[in-house]
Ligand binder design. Structure first.
Ligand SMILES: C[S@@+](CC[C@H](N)C(=O)[O-])C[C@H]1O[C@@H](n2cnc3c(N)ncnc32)[C@H](O)[C@@H]1O
Length: 346
């Protein structure tokens, strides 16, 4: 049994005797439960979770097309995702991966939307029924029809045309990806400040669907660009839009965890979660680590909510800061790298 179990896991554990031998937990990012006699896998869309939990060797799968995914499972437990559209993708992924007679379970809390999730499950699998409920969580079960078409990520990648300053870009969207096919207002303001060809090579850090990298390549096709993100959907969208182009690479990275080269320019609309307790540790870590990946004199162009206190850490860890624009909501910074890295950098 799991000691630090979430309410959803605790509910699942009440039905352990019904759980098959080969089990996949889709969207469970916490510690792997200890359930004797079960071969457990857990699918995450967060590269950092995958990496820190031991990757493939730890039974973790990264995204919905990980080649390490076993051919079949006896029980697939789908955890409620944030985006309704991602639940549809999870169910479409899970159903064809079930062994004959296998069960698809859906678990989640009321505040995670299990009410609408169970309705979605019943629409997709009309025989679905509630197995259990406790601690404001519900557990549902469906037994899919015998033949379900295999999951293909290409069928979920939606082409989107995104109007950006000076260009309409052909990009892609996937359920759950940031901004789902629209141009973020902060990103628009960032792009509006870029008028001269950036120094080569460039890094699009936390690239989302790749809009910044694609925009840079549209305006300066010869520019070498690396796009990095932690999110599987973001990486697949960016790859669909740009990969295969000479001078472009798309890499999974949790912050700077898997960045290996040095860059002469960096662009970012870094992640920030409103409503959470103020915790600037992760972004300060990015700023403090960044100089090890910068050429001397390189420029970082960054957009952030204007109220975020980024100016001091940027100055401290990277170098002089210039505020390009500030409309009260978003602020675009340009930072010139002049601080020598503490970990063996310049
Ligand atoms: C505000 S969005 C910007 C996306 C895109 N650059 C744009 O302008 O539309 C922030 C991005 O940061 C990514 N992200 C969140 N945490 C991250 C991390 N630890 N490492 C890398 N990327 C991360 C998210 O997946 C998301 O794509």
């Amino acid at each position: 049994m799991t000691t630090d179990a979430s309410p959803a896991l605790t509910l699942l554990e009440r039905s352990l005797d019904r759980l098959g031998e080969r089990v996949c937990l889709v969207g469970h990012d916490g510690p792997m439960p200890h359930w004797p006699g079960r071969q457990l896998h857990a699918l995450t869309t967060h590269y950092g979770v995958w990496e820190q939990a031991g990757g493939t060797a730890g039974g973790r799968l990264f995204g919905y097309d990980d080649p390490a995914t076993p051919a079949a499972f006896d029980t697939i437990v789908v955890f409620m995702p944030k985006a309704r559209s991602e639940l549809a993708m999870r169910l479409a992924w899970a159903a064809p991966k079930l062994a004959p007679g296998g069960e698809l379970w859906l678990v989640g809390a009321k505040r995670e939307g299990i009410g609408r999730g169970s309705r979605q499950l019943q629409e997709r699998f009309p025989g679905a029924y509630k197995m259990d409920n406790a601690r404001h969580c519900q557990l549902w079960c469906a037994v899919p029809e015998a033949v379900v078409p295999p999951f293909r990520v290409e069928e979920w990648l939606e082409p989107v045309r995104v109007a950006t300053p000076g260009a309409v870009l052909e990009l892609f969207s996937l359920p759950g990806v940031f901004s789902e096919g629209r141009l973020d207002e902060g990103t628009r303001q960032l792009l509006e400040t870029v008028t001269d060809k950036p120094a080569d090579p460039a890094l699009d850090l936390a690239c989302g669907n790749g809009v910044i990298g694609a925009w840079l390549r549209h305006h300066w096709p010869g520019l070498t660009v690396t796009l990095a993100d932690v999110h599987w959907q973001a990486l697949r969208c960016a790859q669909a839009a740009l990969n295969g182009e000479e001078g472009v690479s798309v890499v999974p990275s949790d912050g700077l965890s898997d960045i290996t080269d040095r860059y002469a320019s960096v662009f970012s609309n870094p992640p920030f979660h409103q409503g959470q307790k103020k915790n600037l540790d992760p972004i300060n870590r990015w700023f403090s680590e960044l100089s090890a990946f910068l050429e001397p004199g390189s420029e970082i162009r960054l957009v952030a909510n204007a109220f975020l206190p980024y100016q001091d850490p940027l100055t401290l860890y990277i170098g002089p800061v210039r505020v390009f624009s500030d409309d009260g909501r978003y602020r675009v910074y340009s930072v010139t790298h002049s601080i020598h890295s503490r970990n063996g950098g310049n």
